[in-house]
Design a protein around this ligand. Sequence first.
Ligand code: ZN
Length: 428
Amino acid sequence: MKKYIFTFFCFLIFGFSGFSQYTITTVPDPKLTGLGFVSNPDAILNNEEIDSLNSMIQKIEDSSKAQIAVVVLQSIGNVVPKNFATELFNYWHVGDSEKNNGLLILLVMNQHRVEFETGYGIEGILSDAACYDIQQKYMIPEFKNGNYGKGMIQGVKAVVNIFLTKAEEIKPTEEMQSNNTNNLYNNNSSSENILRYSSEKDNDILIFYITFSIFAILIFFVLLFVAILKKDFFIRYQLLRIFRLYIWFILIPIPFIGIYFWVKYLTNKWRDTPRISAKTGKIMHKLSETEDDKFLKKGEIAEEAVKSVDYDVWISGEEDDILIQKYKRWFSKYNACPKCKYKTYYKVYDKVITSATYSRSGKGERLYKCTNCGFSKKITYTIPKKTRTSSSGSGSSSWSGGSSSWSSGGSSSWGGGSSGGGGAGSSW
Ligand SMILES: [Zn+2]
């Protein structure tokens, strides 16, 4: 019992005096204290680990002016780590001000949380999903085992390797130091990280494709089953209609090349199967395309003429015992007419009247017309002024210049970057 009380008191003392709760303004800025890129006020990382992190991050700064801040804190009180990371990023201004190529990695020990905060300029090459993947793959497993330094080094290494291959994209415009761009770390897992990373992306696509295929096949069989239960051949046809599209066997050749022809065969058969009149119970027969016109309205004949809709007319021989069934085309340039509602309305032309220049906007004209009722509509529209794709970028950079190494004090400030809240976090 005494032992527990002792432990408890140790914990209390340790908890209250050993670690402080940090706020944005009290986190020691390593750029000001000459400690490179790592803020480690609670000595959770050892010196060797800090050296290793600093030398990797320095390499990034030298080649692309991108900056990575590593912050390891025991506690930030009840503040949400993500919010803390965003605010600290913008308080320090991590990364170059022109390219916004900063990354802040925050570890909050008592909340068991790691956060990546990315500047606008690197969201393209280090997406939120990529941040999360790196955390899950290289950091969280180590953190769970209490290896905070190792996890941090592995995570930073993965980020650094991505940055090094994309150095040209994230570099501010005028600096040209191409010698470092392909200088990847080669110790054990590092350079494989990218390869492994991209092959896992491929895997994701494959898994998505397989899932999609299985789902499509499942839907097909469910619809087929439902269709066969139906007595009405017209409903059967409509249920499987979507699988008459040849897109299926382009997307999923196996097994849709078979299913496609099977569906064609079944639906064509169903379309031609003699109908039984609901009125008289007599067997009906289908009229030919020329015979059926006298039973169709003028608009329906117009639709058939432009092939936007196809009508089948069934008669039993009894007077007024007529069944008309409508089959819409999947793809047709004809749309429903705003006036007569038939699918006979189409775009006759779309032309430029005056073309746009860099100094003024242009004018275009579109004409729509209905082949059934003759309704037409002319629309004139404005073509926006042309814009030159800017490639100037000659603005003076606020970057201090010399790429002094971190051990000799490092550069004395962060680069001026800002974050809009990009990044991701993981708990362990
Ligand atoms: Zn019309």
